[in-house]
Design a protein around this ligand. Sequence first.
Ligand code: CA
Length: 231
Amino acid sequence: MRVLLVEDHDELRDMLGAHLRHAGFATDAVGCGHDALAAVETVPYDALILDLGLPDLDGFEVLRRLRAGPAAALPILVLTARQSVGDRVQGLDAGADDYLVKPFDMLELDARLRSITRRTERRPEAAPPLGFGDLQFHPATREAVVDGRALALTRREAALLEELVRGSGRTMVRDMLEDRLYGFAEVFTGNALEATVSRLRRRLAAAGSVVAIETVRGIGYRLLAASRPAE
Ligand code: CA
């Protein structure tokens, strides 16, 4: 899941960004409203965390522009230091899905973020599990099951597996996978995608799955299912 964090306070932005990445959200962080609007134009985010007190545009104005334009249905969590009930109501009226009043607990941030993205997902409870080989992937819970046993996956490994399973054996282009899984800052820090692929391969092998991830040189990755050996 890829998240845009909009917060002008440098230390708070760094701290929140680090926390979100650690929690498995691919996170881009910007410090003003114009950068936020530009980022949303170019990247298909799954959620946005928006501080209302920004140096260039009022947060309410950013919200209104997002809702009128490229982000009509994007889950948005508003951060506000403003204590009054009026501001919170105005935030929700302007199109926020939820709000958090500063200071807040990081665990509450995670919980609210999960909640607003769940709410706006396309009826995840109704989504049937996706199957490939002996593997089942449940989109609603992001759980992967092999032979009735759940795999212990990090959030990012689960996100990668979901992309590959949805590809159903087609080659998934690495640029697209990086866009879906990582923030800008992370893509340029080395072989993040390769590392996640390697870990996911080990998990599948450890679970005894017949499913393997094949590298398609110069293009990307795809799933393969070996036929199960006769027992
Ligand atoms: Ca601020």
